[in-house]
Design a protein around this ligand. Sequence first.
Ligand code: SAM
Length: 278
Amino acid sequence: MSSPRLRKVFKGVDLHIQDLYLLEPFQIEYFPGWVPERELAAVLRAYPAIDRFLKARAPAVAAFLDATKARYPASADRSDLAQAEDTVIWTIADLVVYSKCPEVYDRLEFHTWDFAEVTNITPLEGRVVVDVGSGTGRVALEAATMASAVIAVEPVPRLRHFIRDKAEQSGRRNIRVVAGFGHDVPLPEESADVVITSHALGWRLEDELAESERVAAPGGYIIHCPGTAEIAAEEQQHRRLIGPAWNYRFARYREADGWKRKYWKQLPPTGSVGRPAP
Ligand SMILES: C[S@@+](CC[C@H](N)C(=O)[O-])C[C@H]1O[C@@H](n2cnc3c(N)ncnc32)[C@H](O)[C@@H]1O
């Protein structure tokens, strides 16, 4: 999401530069090519402790952070620094909100969608469902009203706690929450009847698609609702998903903020992990 959009979506949320300390290593690794470098350089130079923290937490991007700092000359103007801090923190606002106030993220309306978009592809009753990139667990909790078991895979610790709390409060005892990524799901092969992602695809598209197929059982379904629209910027991923390598079907559906595309496929059937073998 763009920074102006995030400001609108998270209106009223108070973010400041020290919130960078809330970031997980993998989130810091998303910085290159995303966080504006001139502003990032100003922040790193003004806050050596933050600079050291980011490098220690995500050594894979230490060289990038050093190079960024070296590339842009220092400015003596304090208002430039205030502007840079604001730009940096609002570029990554969603990452900060996940850890700082997940309840705010959970209440957002903009990317809600009708869960029938999943169940009209395949019923979930009695199934083992894996929800990858679970966030605050919206999909996982909804799936848990039908499925026999739901495994929510989420890399941010604060969000995993949030999902567990929500599951407990709503009396859902069939949800397990685990740490993991779309490209590295900590489950055995063929362990799910249905693998779902909602707004959680595309950081490492090829690896994520391969991992979904590894985890889904024969005859199982993989359903991706990446929240992408019919715009040029999304065309490459769309072509890849529906092309011969991955062969997904797709359809348009409505989210709160507009028309999106969902993708799904069924793997060739030979059994189900949700039920005992005959
Ligand atoms: C936009 S949120 C969507 C959350 C939820 N699925 C929903 O629809 O409300 C994206 C989620 O994916 C998680 N995430 C970030 N990188 C990820 C990765 N490489 N693999 C899996 N999940 C990731 C984030 O921590 C966040 O919880």
